[in-house]
Design a protein around this ligand. Structure first.
Ligand SMILES: *[C@@H]1O[C@H](CO)[C@@H](O)[C@H](O)[C@H]1NC(C)=O
Ligand SMILES: *[C@@H]1O[C@H](CO)[C@@H](O)[C@H](O)[C@H]1NC(C)=O
Length: 616
């Protein structure tokens, strides 16, 4: 098919690319050439893709029409490949932080985090929040004062989950949760409070874990009907074990897109992560507004108040996206900060453990409990210390943060998101005097394609030996995904890793001029899942591209990133603002996020479905 061969781009050397605001680098909008599909169409499409000859031809045109050939497959690049985004630790330059050794026991790290929060607590001038979810410290105070016990909370939690999965609500928050196991943990925790010996502020706090992280006594299904049969879960993942050491009650495995190979969160085997109230026939994703549907994996448990913290894996935004769409905080630390042991190895160079939390402070506590690489981890020569921010809003003035904004990219979202996010940045400038630095981050769309190719190759490779035997147990949309993933070749994979290296160089240059990069978290707010998608899942690459538009650097380059809720669109759906930081700069990011949160809390709204677990 030589005559069809698309010409590849010849990329300029990095040093010749202008990263200034007036750069003549073209901003290429995602040009997705794949219609939305659902129902029978997905089945037929999957079937064609899986047939040898027609499949090969279809895949060729899919890659070509979606610019993969032009921007990745046949390009000329000078950079050598970078296979994993690991960053050397050069010591912390941060101020207003408390740095502790990575090897400290988790409950001690948590105590340090709580000490850091004491400062934030006495900020009296900030306006009263109009709505606030219960935080970890609320739980801990109520337990310590004896107002309520972990066992009572466990009972309320179980009742709420039962209610949410009742026929009238039909929200499949959990793939699996064991009443017996929750009660056992809650009983032990209650006893510790009775003896006046809680393990940490996390003692008795319910935490949900996405079903791709090992957590006893549950099998790890990855949203499938077969993965747990070929891969046994025999012990807790490192991050789960650390939370348990702090006394957290692990309340179950949350629902997810099968294999994480999509973002709608519709799971034909386990139901929908979230579902409608108002229209019994249309799936409507749980949301602040609970009327619209939202494409997501894990979100609802935190948004709906069932627990203040949940763990997910962010491989292409799967922590930050649901957080933003649901109006909660999402923190994805630097690659290597939280050990990956005990996490499904579906896409290990881009997927990282992350936290969804009710507030920035809660994300800090969970982060402190889980972070610290293992001595056996080769990812960093020098073990990074864990630096925790001394949150004190009076100090934000003195930070003098420079926020890099890449105009055309930033603006590539809906009008409402653009206005809301720009307004939030203006508030930071007005209130704290922080500066916006206009820059150009080039080749964003190229990076999205290179990341897609990488995550797809890794996913395909990791399940290759099981794929054929289990094909009939997989959802149709996942089968389409796997066909596409399996079509990438070694040349394309290597070029994607060269692009990874190139982008990291661009980002390092931007970070020499600014402390953080600021973007909207998503290009669109939550959209409605249509009825026809329920059985087969749906393929909606256009909305998909708009959702992940701002996510990729966090995963592909392993940079830390955080999303904070900053407002709502006209129909009441939440909007998030994202800050991306330099490697290992979580404490600065948490500072920035907390400064942003302080200016927005007065506008937070209560979701329509909300379980007031600690209510008196
Ligand atoms: C749920 O977990 C229990 C163990 O607690 C296990 O026996 C059961 O098979 C799991 N169910 C599903 C659907 O994974
Ligand atoms: C990558 O793997 C993780 C699970 O480890 C999952 O959450 C994520 O969605 C996956 N993404 C893709 C595109 O495979």
């Amino acid at each position: 098919m030589g005559f069809l061969k698309a010409k590849g781009v010849v990329y300029k050397p990095v040093d010749l690319v202008d990263l200034g605001p007036d750069s003549d680098e073209v901003y290429l909008q995602a040009n997705v050439k794949a219609p939305r599909m659902a129902g029978l169409l997905v089945k037929v499409f999957a079937w064609f893709l899986e047939s040898p000859i027609i499949g090969g031809i279809l895949l060729y045109f899919l890659k070509r029409n979606n610019l993969i050939h032009k921007l990745v497959s046949f390009v000329e690049l000078q950079e050598p490949p970078l296979f994993e985004p690991l960053h050397p630790y050069k010591g912390s330059e941060e101020t207003e932080v408390k740095c502790v050794e990575a090897a400290l026991p988790p409950p001690e790290k948590v105590q340090h985090a709580v000490d850091c929060l004491q400062y934030a607590e006495d900020v009296s001038e900030s306006p009263k929040p109009s709505f606030q979810r219960w935080t970890i410290l609320d739980y801990s105070r109520s337990y310590t004062s004896g107002e309520i016990t972990p066992l009572m909370v466990a009972d309320r939690f179980i009742a709420a989950v039962r209610e949410s999965s009742s026929p009238s609500l039909q929200m499949s928050f959990f793939i699996n949760f064991s009443v017996e196991d929750i009660i056992r943990q809650a009983t032990e925790s209650t006893l510790r409070y009775e003896q006046g010996k809680p393990l940490s502020v996390l003692d008795g706090v319910p935490i949900a874990v996405k079903d791709e992280i090992d957590c006893m006594p549950y099998p790890t299904t990855g949203g499938t009907k077969w993965l747990h049969k070929v891969r046994q879960c025999t012990e807790d993942a490192c991050c789960v074990m650390r939370l348990r050491l702090c006394g957290a009650i692990i309340v179950g495995k949350t629902n997810m897109h099968e294999l994480g190979a999509g973002i709608s969160g519709i799971n034909p085997h386990y139901g929908y992560a979230c579902v409608s109230l108002s229209k019994p026939l249309g799936i409507h994703i749980i949301q602040v507004k609970l009327r619209e549907d939202l494409p997501v994996d894990l979100l609802p448990v935190v948004a709906a108040g069932l627990c203040p913290v949940a763990l997910g894996i962010d491989g292409g935004g799967s922590v930050r996206l649901p957080a933003a769409l649901c109006g909660v905080v999402g923190l994805k630390p630097t690659s290597g900060r939280v050990p990956h042991n005990g996490v499904l190895p579906l896409n290990y160079t881009v997927g990282m453990v992350g936290v969804l939390a009710a507030t920035v402070e809660d994300s800090l506590i969970a982060y402190a409990a889980m972070s610290g690489n293992l001595p056996s981890d080769p990812s960093s020569m020098t073990m990074p210390e864990v630096c925790l921010p001394l949150l004190k809003s009076a100090n934000y003035m003195s930070f003098n943060i420079k926020m890099a904004r890449s105009g055309k990219w930033f603006d590539d979202c809906t009008d409402e998101i653009r206005v809301c996010c720009s307004h939030a940045i203006a508030k930071l400038s007005d209130k704290y005097g922080w500066e916006t630095v206009e820059v150009t981050i080039p080749e964003i769309e190229v990076m999205r394609l290179a990341h897609y190719l990488t995550i797809g190759s890794e996913c395909s490779n990791s399940i290759a030996v099981h794929q054929e035997k289990n094909l009939d147990k997989m959802g149709w949309d996942v089968r389409v995904g796997l066909s596409v993933y399996g079509a990438f070749d070694s040349k394309e994979y290597l070029n994607a890793q060269r692009i990874r290296n190139r982008q990291l160089q661009f980002h390092n240059k931007i970070f020499s001029k600014a402390d953080v990069i600021v973007t909207p978290t998503t290009g669109v707010t939550a959209y409605t899942i249509k009825d026809d998608a329920l059985k087969t899942g749906e393929l909606d690459y256009i909305n998909g591209a708009a959702l992940v538009r701002y996510q990729i650097a966090g995963n592909f380059l392993g940079l830390p990133a955080v999303t904070v809720p900053v407002g709502y669109d006209k129909s009441g759906l939440p909007i998030g603002l994202q800050f991306i930081g330099k490697p290992w700069s979580e404490s600065l990011l948490i500072h920035v996020a907390s400064a942003m949160q302080a200016l927005c809390t007065s506008e937070y709204k209560r979701p329509e479905v909300y379980y007031d677990i600690l209510a008196k």
